[in-house]
Design a protein around this ligand. Structure first.
Ligand code: SF4
Length: 477
């Protein structure tokens, strides 16, 4: 599909969606006049930042048709489960919670229940859900979020259960309203879907093939965010490094970063996630040269053994990965490198595991998300015969943390006595007098300060460090 056709279809679809929004908004205004209150919604979000951002779009759409958000599902007229398949026991968790909501719905028959997200892209889970929880009114998938107003309309007006799932689509719906959790930081999708088919991952099956948003759409969205007071953006994609591959003009991710770096008002640009096979020299140069792009690269290694990387279909070797790390450290001396690691992938021998330990020691990660491999139905890895027994996985996991945590702590301890600009995010959960924020390297910092500093950037001198956070004090400027 060429760019002009894609733009025309996107515009047409956006118009259709906004017609439904207007109709439902009018209905809900009537409801407000008659009942003296607005209808309420509550979203339960499971999983990754992609899902969090989808929930912001769902919330934005519901707000635009006259709903109001509530913190408590017991008070909600519409409860939405935005599900994830990545986490272990995901199905169990969602089904357990649906059981609770069933009780609520019994006492409140008008309450609508919707289930969406990655889990709903799987036919067998959908069928199981419909059979077990027949009270669910609406089911939609990762490619049909924009259809929510129509689905609600169908339930409210036609009294029909609504299901809308598309397996794959080239279309991207722009300009959807969004509710934002934070005024000063925002998530911005740049790509959707994934083409990589890592053998342990369900994403290409549930979110479809990779498609990139047009650079102009991304720039406009971020300019609007900046005008609204947003200072930090995180660009989202399953593999941001391959941004632009499906665009006619083939804008690269590096070129996009240079453009975004020019936007007034934005102070920090982050991105998630970088696939090591697509991290180019141009991109490293862009990170180095763009002053607003944070010197933090999240570069998932997953495993240190070439044999396991091959079985994972990661399409890079340990040597290639270490070479990238060397380049990053040479070009950007204060870069922070974080990663994802899976322990106990099918076929992993003790020697393979030692290769992972070796890469941790060589890279000296600033932080890492570590996972025990668990089977995801429908993936190639789920069918591999040599699954690793649980006790061996757990033993390796513990040994991996024994190596990783001292490295992370040592990396953090290098910050003691130094000053860092910190974007203040919130009041600390542990004490009201303390604030929390992050350095550009994504290190979490707790320090004394008052609430009015939230959303501002302050200089903090680091006084103490732990494995997962640092402590400091504000330095007067
Ligand atoms: S790059 Fe691999 S792990 Fe990441 S979303 Fe795509 S298939 Fe999944």
């Amino acid at each position: 599909m060429n760019k002009n056709n894609t733009e025309a279809i996107n515009t047409e679809n956006t118009k259709l969606a906004s017609d439904r929004i207007i109709e439902l908004r009018n209905n809900n205004e009537q409801y407000f006049i008659m009942n003296g209150r607005r209808k309420t919604f509550h979203i339960l979000t499971y999983g990754c930042q992609m899902n969090e951002h989808d929930s912001e779009k769902i919330g934005g759409m519901l707000t635009s048709i006259g709903y109001e958000e509530t913190d408590d599902e017991k008070n909600a007229d519409l409860v939405i489960f935005n599900t994830c398949l990545i986490r272990e026991n995901a199905e169990l968790k969602v089904f357990g919670k649906l059981g609770e909501v069933k009780g609520l719905k019994r006492n409140k028959p008008d309450m609508m229940v919707a289930v969406c997200g990655c889990m709903m892209q799987k036919e067998e889970i959908r069928q199981k859900l419909l059979k077990k929880f027949s009270f669910v009114d609406i089911i939609f998938g990762t490619n049909t979020i924009q259809e929510l107003p129509r689905l609600i309309y169908n339930v409210e007006v036609n009294k029909k259960k609504s299901v809308d799932i598309i397996d794959n689509t080239e279309l991207i719906y722009e300009n959807m309203p969004k509710t934002r959790k934070f005024k000063y930081k925002a998530l911005v999708n740049i790509t959707y879907g994934c083409n990589n088919f890592c053998t342990y991952c369900v994403v290409p099956y549930v979110r479809g093939r990779e498609k990139s948003r047009l650079p102009g759409e991304i720039i406009n969205e971020i300019k609007m965010l900046a005008e609204d007071g947003c200072k930090e953006i995180t660009l989202l994609g399953q593999n941001v490094n391959s941004y632009g591959n499906n665009l006619d003009n083939k804008t690269t991710f590096a070129e996009l970063l240079y453009e975004l770096n020019k936007i007034d008002g934005i102070e920090r640009i982050r991105f998630m996630t970088s696939h090591p096979k697509d991290l180019t020299d141009d991109l490293i140069k862009a990170i180095k040269e763009c002053d607003k792009v944070c010197n933090h690269v999240h570069l998932p290694v997953q495993a240190g053994s070439n044999e396991i990387l091959k079985r994972m279909n990661r399409r890079y070797t340990k040597e290639h990965y270490l070479n990238l790390v060397e380049k990053l450290k040479k070009e950007i001396p204060d870069v922070a490198i974080t990663t994802d690691i899976i322990v106990g992938f099918p076929g992993e021998t003790e020697e393979d595991f030692q290769e992972t330990i070796d890469i941790i020691k060589k890279v000296q990660y600033d932080s890492a998300f570590t996972f025990l491999y668990s089977v995801r139905e429908g993936t190639k890895a789920a069918e591999m015969e040599d699954q690793i027994p649980d006790e061996i996985k757990h033993d390796r996991f513990d040994r991996l943390l024994d190596v990783l945590y001292p490295i992370v702590l040592e990396r953090n301890s290098r910050c003691i006595g130094r000053e860092y600009p910190v974007l203040v995010e919130s009041v600390s959960r542990t004490s009201e007098n303390y604030l929390t924020g992050r350095t550009e390297h994504f290190r979490l910092v707790h320090f004394k300060g008052s609430e009015e500093l939230i959303g501002k950037t302050v200089n903090v001198k680091i006084t103490n460090v732990k494995t997962f956070h640092m402590e400091g004090e504000i330095v007067e400027q």
